[in-house]
Structures are given as C-alpha cells and as structure tokens.
Design a protein around this ligand. Structure first.
Ligand SMILES: *Cc1c(COP(=O)(O)O)cnc(C)c1O
Length: 332
C-alpha cells in the first residue's frame, strides 16, 4: 500500500458558505474545486481540518469512530479561526454520505478509510489580513490506509525541546495548517542534527506534545499525561486511551509533567512512553534526547502496555469488543 494519506477516493463531499448560509452538500469529484489565487486561505491561512477513520467489521458493516468528537473539534477550530460557523449535523451527514458512497472500498483491518474534513476561507480579498473571510468551503476527502505498522513497529527517538514552541500558544487547540508548517523547520533540524524522529515540545520544561501527536507516559499501573489546557491539541485518541486505561483498572493522571520528572521516570525499566493519534493509534518512544545526552526509555523497545491499550482500542474499532462507550456510528 502507498504511503499513508497519498491515495484518495475519486469523489468527496462538498458544501460552500456564501451570502451567510451553507449550500446543500453534494458529492463531487475530488479534484473539482477551484480557488481564486487571492483566496483568504492561501494568504492568511484560514484553514482547519480533522482526521478520523471508518472501519470494516467482520460482518461487512462500516463504522466511523468518534465522529461527534471530531466534528466538535472542527467547529471549535473554525470558531477560533473566525471561519464561518459550521453546521455540525450537516457535516455529520456529509461524512456518513460520502463514506457510504465508498463503503465497498473501506479496507479490512488493520486497514481503514481515513476521513479528512477540511474547512477553508475562500473569499478573494488580499486586503483582509486582519479580517475574517466572508465565504468558505468545507469538503470531506477520503483516503484508504493500510497497516501503519507494516515492517514492524520501531520505537521512536524524540528530541525534548525546552526552548522552542510548536505553535503560537493561542493556536494550540486548533487543528490548523500553519501550525504544522511552523514546526517543520525545527523538526528538520532535529532530524539532521541528532537523528530525532520527532520533537517533543516542552517549553520551559512543560511536556506538551509533538508536531502531530499527544504524549503519554505509562509507569506501571499509572498513565500520566498533561491535563487539558489551551496550549495543545486535545486528541480524540488521547481521550479514548485514557478511558480504556481506566476501564482496565489503571490509574489515569492528567496533570503537568516536567522534563526533569520525565527523565527520572524514564530510567525505570518498566516505564513506557507513547505518542497517540488517529493515524497510528499509539507509537512507542524508545529514546529521549536532551541537551546532547541520550536517555533510554524503559527497555528502549515498544512495550507491553502500549500493545495492550492499542489492542483494546482496535478491538472496539474493528468490532471485536463491545462498543460500551458508543464510539461507533454505523454507516451501513
Ligand atoms: C491531530 C493531532 C493530534 C492527535 O489527535 P487525534 O484526535 O488523536 O488524532 C495531536 N496533536 C496534534 C498537534 C494533532 O494535530
């Protein structure tokens, strides 16, 4: 299977906001949109997106995971970027309709259909550097994805960065394009200089998240991660893993974590560190790099707790365990 996110279904769902109202959504070819070169998004980055997945169960039915949470977050991102208010029920119908159209293309587990709702400011007006776009476009693009772990999971090397920040502090909870572009320079530098896979942004010692994933520390029966504040992206996977950890009898601790505490705990052989996100669910961290020193995290390898939690989540997504939290929306 091609690299994650590089293959698209030929059609997508599309709605536009003009004259203060949303159009009826329609299913159009995925390459059919036109943008004026002066579109607000192309100059002033009025853009946000979501990432969620649809899964095929053994009986052939297709289910979207935690769609309500992703739509709520898209609404929040849109609001914080002064994009037009989205119609959450309409977006939910767009997702269900377009996934339904391509239901037979949803890969079998461990594959899935990745869903990418995107909301962009389209007003052609380069004079609006300090003004909101009056028009916008919302589309739901689909991309079939395979097993993220083909070739075997490898524990990541993370650079702990205490001086840089991932994005402007008031942009932390917004899933918006500019945030990723702004982290690219530091990530490239970390890759070249210390062969880091990712940067864990820890401004002034406060452990936050990487460029596109949340961070969780597992110490025996306790799972520790930063409590929700406006500085970072509130991952749906993070929240799902914490819920499942509690179901499994683990102690869930949401609080600030410092780099000093992280390095101290990492030395324990049973400790695991993981990144969470929709694409890979949980990815293990094997090494921290801090002030030119390397610290092995626990065994340095993907650990059993990460496996157990990932499996618990996959079992619900794949229909192998009861959906006790009502996380699945059946499409067909
Ligand atoms: C998308 C994203 C996450 C993970 O969110 P999920 O809802 O779990 O996919 C975490 N951090 C950042 C910066 C992200 O963009």
């Amino acid at each position: 299977m091609a690299a994650f996110g590089s293959v698209f279904m030929p059609k997508m769902a599309l709605a536009t906001f003009e004259n203060n109202q949303w159009s009826k959504a329609s299913i159009v070819t995925s390459d059919s949109i036109q943008l004026h070169p002066g579109a607000h998004v192309l100059h002033y980055s009025s853009t946000c997106f979501e990432g969620l997945k649809a899964f095929r169960h053994a009986d052939g039915s297709v289910h979207v995971f935690r769609m309500d949470q992703n739509i709520k977050r898209l609404a929040q991102s849109s609001r914080l970027l002064s994009l037009p208010e989205i119609d959450e029920a309409a977006v939910s119908k767009m997702i269900v309709d377009v996934v339904g159209e391509f239901a037979s293309d949803v890969p079998e587990p461990p594959g899935s259909l990745y869903i990418r709702p995107t909301h962009i400011g389209t007003e052609a007006n380069v004079g609006k550097a300090a003004g909101a776009t009056a028009t916008s476009m919302l589309y739901v693009l689909l991309s079939p994805v395979g097993d993220y772990f083909t070739g075997g999971a490898k524990a990541l090397r993370l650079l702990l960065d205490e001086t840089g920040i991932r994005c402007a502090p008031h942009m932390g909870m917004i899933k918006s394009g500019g945030n990723y572009a702004s982290a690219l320079g530091p990530i490239k530098k970390a890759s070249e200089e210390v062969k880091a896979d990712q940067i864990l942004f820890c401004p002034n010692g406060d452990v936050q998240e990487t460029g596109a994933a949340n961070f969780l520390l597992i110490d025996g029966n306790e799972i520790i991660t930063k409590g929700l504040d406006t500085s970072f992206l509130h991952g749906v996977t993070r929240s799902s893993i914490l819920t499942l950890a509690a179901d499994l009898g683990m102690t869930v601790t949401e609080r600030d974590l410092t780099v000093a505490e992280l390095l101290e705990r990492a030395a324990k052989p049973e400790v695991e560190a993981v990144l969470s996100g929709t694409a890979a669910v949980l990815t293990s961290v094997g090494t921290f790099i801090h002030n030119d020193k390397e610290y092995q995290v626990g065994s340095g390898q993907p650990g059993p707790m990460a496996d157990k939690l990932r499996q618990a989540l996959n079992n619900i997504q794949w229909g192998k365990a009861e959906d006790t939290h009502n996380w699945l929306t059946k499409v067909c």
